[in-house]
Design a protein around this ligand. Structure first.
Ligand code: RB5
Length: 144
């Protein structure tokens, strides 16, 4: 699956670690920046990643900022995007199973690379439950 990655300066280092690991796992990765720890504005990069996923060019996206929060807020302003912050295995699982999240947001200042990779693995491999969650996700998608 083609996965879009984007970060601001606060998430840059974690993005780089995750990119290396995803490539080693055989994923196709599209890195939409940023390219250094120089300060940038997270909405710009969230929008690039959200558009790559919403357009269908990438199947999933992963966003990285200091906390994951700003990236998540920005990505969810794009129609068709369901972005969730993951801070535990359970959040990663439920983001996939209940919320059908197509973008995961991670906090580079609060997440160890090994934890981030575990959350991503859980999120990528957990199936969406559908059913009652399907109706709620449809309602979400109709809001924009
Ligand atoms: C940048 O300092 C920081 O605000 C940003 O990375 C992010 O955490 C915002 O939600």
């Amino acid at each position: 699956m083609k996965i879009a990655l984007a970060s601001d300066h606060g998430g840059f280092s974690l993005k780089e670690e995750v990119k290396r690991a995803l490539l080693a796992q055989g994923h196709e990765v599209v890195d939409l920046g940023t390219d250094s720890e120089e300060s940038v504005d997270y909405p710009v990069f969230a929008q690039k990643c959200a558009q790559a996923v919403a357009s269908g060019d990438c199947g999933r996206g992963i966003l990285f900022c200091g906390t994951g929060i700003g990236m998540c807020m920005a990505a969810n302003k794009v129609k068709g995007i369901r972005c969730a912050v993951a801070t535990s295995d359970e959040y990663a699982r439920l983001a996939a199973e209940h919320n059908h999240a197509n973008i995961l947001a991670l906090g580079g200042r609060f997440t160890e690379p090994a934890d981030a990779l575990r959350y991503i693995g859980i999120w990528l491999t957990t199936e969406w439950a559908g059913g009652r969650h399907g109706r709620r996700v449809e309602e979400l998608d109709e809001m924009l």
